[in-house]
Design a protein around this ligand. Sequence first.
Ligand code: AR6
Length: 173
Amino acid sequence: MPIQIIHADITRLTVDAIVNAANPGLLGGGGVDGAIHRAAGPALLQACRALPEIAPGVRCPTGEARITPGFALPAPWVIHTVGPVWRGGDDGEAELLARCHRNALRLLRGQQLRTIAFPAISCGVYGYPAAQAAAVAVGALRDAMAAADDDLEVTLCCFSDAMRAVFQRALSA
Ligand code: AR6
């Protein structure tokens, strides 16, 4: 099963790379970002700080992704991406969220890695309606996986059973 959906704490997963739902500064925050930084330890913040700023305070623009080691995490790599803030849906949110998923897979392949877990990017503080985000995430991942001849294993890691059900519906649609 190339895409699976689970209810779990992403910081506990032993996949090649976990995805962080970060902000453009990449210096940590709340939600899954805070949990990943706590579990990885302070070396993760140092590694993020060492990434180049492409504008003042911006290490990763919305829709792009960056990779660092996972340090104390069970996952050896963290792929940091920045989802869109929900502004009602007419501000390019779906394309930006799809780009997050595509760019994360591109980095995974670029490092010759195979297994990856995504949180529900933008579905917390950034306010993206979960059912719509799930449809975009599943669609983008399916398209990106179908376009390549490899054997990636993608886990969508939801932090509640309700969110797991929403993502499961998108996968079954
Ligand atoms: N494992 C899996 N999922 C989690 C975990 C965890 N340990 N903790 C929270 N989630 P959010 P966003 C879920 O707000 O909306 C940060 O401050 C959570 O329940 O973490 O993309 C960043 O620095 C929700 O379903 O990310 C940014 O400033 C999902 O992860 C901003 O929040 C995403 O919620 C990014 O906002």
